[in-house]
Design a protein around this ligand. Sequence first.
Ligand code: NDP
Length: 339
Amino acid sequence: NKQVFLKNYVTGFPKESDMEIVQGSITLKVPEGSSDVVLLKNLYLSCDPFMRILMTEDTPMQVGLLYSPGSPLLGFGVSKVIESGHENYKKGDLVWGVTKWEEYSLVPSAQIHFKIEHTDVPLSYYTGILGMPGMTAYGGFFELGCPKKGDRVFVSAASGAVGQLVGQFAKLTECYVVGSAGTQEKVNILKDKLGFDEAFNYKEEPDLDAALKRYFPEGIDIYFENVGGKTLDAVLLNMRYNGRIPVCGMISQYNLTQKEGVTNLPHLFYKEIRMEGFIVFKFYHLYPKFLEFVLPHIREGKIAYVEDIVEGIESGPSALIGLFSGQNFGKKIVALARE
Ligand code: NDP
């Protein structure tokens, strides 16, 4: 049972050497009398930026998950039930939720978030568009962004797991949508494949305020916040009256020991803007409604989803740290097995 262990708590940018591949052993049986434990074969592991926050000692992140050196990482995954002590699951069920970064896991049933009922779409989608990032985009954009037709929407980290969906949900709502991303190739995909009205490479823009003024001469109604820092500061200057900022994440800050200051916060009250942070779990009750909305769009080809899959658990550490230099193109996934 190969596993990815956290070697040390991380300060600064994570490195592959902060993790190690360990050959563990596991008895492929649910221990006698364990009515709440499920044995999983992990098929796809999801690389998510929040995992870096859990690598910090005394993590400020309140999601009920903790990392400790000498233990496997925890993350989202798609898994197959090998054996179950819990009555809700049986051998052969496909599930998604939190699992350990290893080939086989014994998990308490609470870590399984949903059973997978629809298998006519790629299973890997349950790490992304049909899983946690999909719910993040859906809840953050519709529940907190409160979009209306014609709203002007800006999405940062727009080619990533969450951002590419927010942009497409905005287009389905008949909004005007602009995304930022870190390479010209990503910018092209946003415009040509994912239907964004405009996109720009934030690394090539010396003056983000000027760039936003170019794309939003009348200002921004919704800013879907994925990156924080300088981008947020420039956005605040360009928000419209009564604008909304769902704060999904601030990836530009996770590796900084000294976080960047944001100077334009007074614009929140000048323009009566609502800025609200969230963790995806608060939207989980919407999952059935979300599937009803998103599955037909996938099946009819009205939503595209870009994935970036690497093979084998040994690829896990480099795949994960690549998120912080934009090496992923779309949803980053580590495939361990197909069935
Ligand atoms: P992505 O698939 O978007 O991968 C991360 C991307 O962030 C990279 O590809 C890179 O793209 C960009 N990035 C990395 N460093 C920086 C930086 N310093 N400045 C600007 N961009 C940077 O990840 P996700 O879609 O999974 O996550 C996006 C955001 O959503 C993150 O902040 C994450 O923490 C958050 N999140 C929050 C959840 C919640 O419950 N609140 C749940 C899931 C995600 P590029 O090439 O464009 O720079």
